[in-house]
Write a protein that binds this ligand. Structure first.
Ligand SMILES: *Cc1c(COP(=O)(O)O)cnc(C)c1O
Length: 471
C-alpha cells in the first residue's frame, strides 16, 4: 500500500470509528446472525492476488458488521463491560503504528519504563501497598494463572519448575469464584480435584471459617495448602470475599493469597468503595482489568505482586540470544509472565489516565454505580420483582417472582430474559445464584446514561407484563 493510500484510508477509518461511536445506538446491541452465516459469505481459500482496499472495506461493512455484537452500545448491560474510549483507541493505534515488541527493556526502553510508571499510578489509585509492583497481562485469566504458578513454586521451593512435583497442593476459592481459577488450577498442574470450593454466606461471600475447616482437614490428610483466590466483585453477583479474614488465614497457614478483582477493582479508585480492598496488605498478588471498567481497549489487565522476585524466579529464562548488557539495571518483563513477546499496552493506558485524569475516571465510575442503584430502587417498586444480591457496585441481580415453584420460576425468567434481549435495544445476561436463574444488569458502558437505564427498566416491566398475561 502506498503511503498516500495508507493515509487516505486511515483518515477514512478514523472518521468511520468516530461516527460509529456516536451512532452505535442505532444497531441492535446483539448480532442477530445465525451460526455459519458470516462464514458462508467468505471464500474458503485465501486470495491469491492483491485486492483493493475499497473492496475490503465494502465487505467489512456488508459481511462483518452484521455479525458484530456492539459492546460499546449504551444499552450494553451484559456480562461485564469491555470499555474502550477515544483516548484508548488513539493509544492503540499508535501502538499498532510503532509495531514494537517489548519483550526486554532493550527492545524498546519506553515500552518497559512507561509500563512501570503507569502501573505504579494504578497502584496508587487503588491504594495498594507500596511494595506492590505491577505488570500488564493480557487478561485476568492469565494473571491468575501466573499467581498460581508462582504460588506453586513458592510452596515447592522452586522444585516444581525443576523436576515437576508429586506433592498434593491445594487451592481454595469460594464457590462463586470465576471459572478462570479452575482453568488456572488445571493448567498449573494442581489438578482440578485440588481446587477446594468454599461455601458462601447469604451475600455470596466466602465464609472464612469454612476455609479454615477445609485447610485443617487437608492438613490432617497430609495435603499441602498452597494458595487461596479471593474474589472482590464476583462475576455472578458482585460479592466481596472478606480479604482481612482470608489474609489472616493465609498468613497463619502460609498460603499465597491472590485477589481477583477483575471487574470491581476499578471501583476501589473511589474512596467510598475502598472498603472492598480492606485487608489487601496481606495479599501476595492482585489483578484488575482496566479493559473491563476503566475505559481501556481490550486487552489490558493490571497484575500486581507483592514480592516480584517470586514471580520472576518462576518465569525467568536466560537464553544467550536474549541477554543484554543492562539486564542487571532494568526490568525485563518477559520474566514477569508466560509470553515472551509483549504488546505496547501501557501506551493506551497512559493516554486514558492522562486524557481523563483520575477525577474524570472517578466521575464515570460514580455515575455507573449511581445509575445501578437508581435502577435497583425503581425495579423493586414492582412487587413481582425480587432482587437476589446486594448491589455493591454497578451490578444488579434480579428475577421475576410471582410465587410459583422454583423450577417454574427458572423457566419463566429464562423466557423473560429472551424477551428483553429480543428487543435489540438492550442486552442482559444471566447466571444462577444458589440454583436460581438470575438476570444480571451491569451498568458500565462509557456512554450509558440515565435514559438508557430507564429504557431497560421499561422493557423489563413491559416484557414481564406480556409474559404473565400470555399465560
Ligand atoms: C471477567 C472476570 C475474569 C476473567 O477476565 P479475563 O480478563 O477475560 O480473563 C476473572 N475474574 C472475574 C471476577 C471476572 O469478572
Amino acid at each position: 500500500m502506498k503511503r498516500e493510500d495508507f493515509q487516505k484510508y486511515g483518515y477514512q477509518l478514523i472518521d468511520w470509528i468516530g461516527d460509529y461511536l456516536e451512532e452505535v445506538e442505532k444497531y441492535p446491541v446483539k448480532s442477530t446472525v445465525r451460526p455459519g452465516e458470516v462464514k458462508g459469505q467468505l471464500p474458503s481459500s485465501p486470495p491469491a492476488q492483491s485486492e483493493e482496499m475499497d473492496r475490503i472495506l465494502m465487505d467489512f461493512n456488508s459481511i462483518i458488521m452484521p455479525g458484530m455484537t456492539h459492546w460499546q452500545h449504551p444499552g450494553w448491560f451484559a456480562y461485564f463491560p469491555s470499555n474502550n474510549s477515544p483516548a484508548s483507541i488513539l493509544g492503540e493505534l499508535l501502538s499498532a503504528g510503532l509495531g514494537t515488541q517489548g519483550m526486554v527493556w532493550e527492545t524498546s526502553p519506553s515500552a518497559t519504563e512507561l509500563e512501570e510508571v503507569v502501573m505504579d499510578w494504578l497502584r496508587q489509585m487503588l491504594g495498594l501497598p507500596e511494595e506492590f509492583a505491577g505488570v500488564i497481562q493480557d487478561t485476568a485469566s492469565t494473571a491468575t494463572l501466573c499467581a498460581l504458578l508462582a504460588a506453586r513454586e513458592k510452596a515447592t521451593g522452586f522444585a516444581a519448575n525443576e523436576s515437576g512435583f508429586s506433592e498434593i497442593l491445594r487451592v481454595y476459592a469460594s464457590e462463586e469464584a470465576h471459572s478462570s481459577v479452575e482453568k488456572g488450577v488445571k493448567i498449573a498442574g494442581y489438578g482440578r480435584k485440588n481446587l477446594v470450593y468454599i461455601p458462601t454466606d447469604d451475600e455470596y461471600a466466602m465464609i472464612p471459617g469454612e476455609m479454615e475447616k477445609a485447610i485443617e482437614s487437608d492438613l490432617r490428610a497430609g495435603l499441602k495448602p498452597t494458595a487461596v483466590v479471593a474474589t472482590v466483585g464476583t462475576t455472578s453477583s458482585g460479592a466481596v470475599d472478606p480479604l482481612k479474614a482470608i489474609g489472616e488465614l493465609s498468613s497463619k497457614y502460609g498460603l499465597w493469597l491472590h485477589v481477583d478483582a477483575a471487574y470491581a477493582g476499578t471501583a476501589a479508585i473511589l474512596p467510598e468503595k475502598r472498603w472492598a480492598l480492606e485487608g489487601v496488605e496481606k495479599a501476595d498478588s492482585l489483578v484488575f482489568n482496566p479493559h473491563k471498567w476503566m475505559l481501556t481497549n481490550f486487552d489490558c489487565s493490571a497484575f500486581f505482586v507483592c514480592d516480584h522476585r517470586l514471580l520472576t524466579r518462576t518465569f525467568e529464562i536466560h537464553p544467550e540470544y536474549l541477554k543484554t548488557g543492562v539486564d542487571a539495571e532494568v526490568k525485563n518483563f518477559r520474566d514477569w509472565g508466560i509470553q515472551l513477546g509483549r504488546r505496547f499496552r501501557s501506551l493506551k493506558l497512559w493516554f486514558v489516565l492522562r486524557s481523563y485524569g483520575v477525577e474524570g475516571i472517578k466521575k464515570i465510575i460514580r455515575r455507573h454505580i449511581h445509575l445501578a442503584e437508581r435502577f435497583c430502587d425503581e425495579l423493586v417498586k414492582d412487587k413481582r420483582i425480587e432482587v437476589l444480591a446486594p448491589v455493591y457496585f454497578s451490578l444488579v441481580c434480579f428475577r421475576l417472582n410471582d410465587g410459583r415453584p422454583e423450577d417454574e420460576l427458572n423457566l419463566l425468567n429464562e423466557q423473560l430474559l429472551e424477551a428483553i434481549n429480543s428487543t435489540g435495544k438492550v442486552f442482559l445476561t444471566h447466571t444462577t445464584l444458589k440454583g436460581k436463574f438470575t438476570i444480571r444488569l451491569v451498568v458500565g458502558q462509557r456512554t450509558t446514561e440515565e435514559r438508557h437505564v430507564r429504557e431497560a427498566l421499561e422493557i423489563i416491566r413491559a416484557k414481564a407484563d406480556e409474559i404473565l398475561k400470555k399465560e
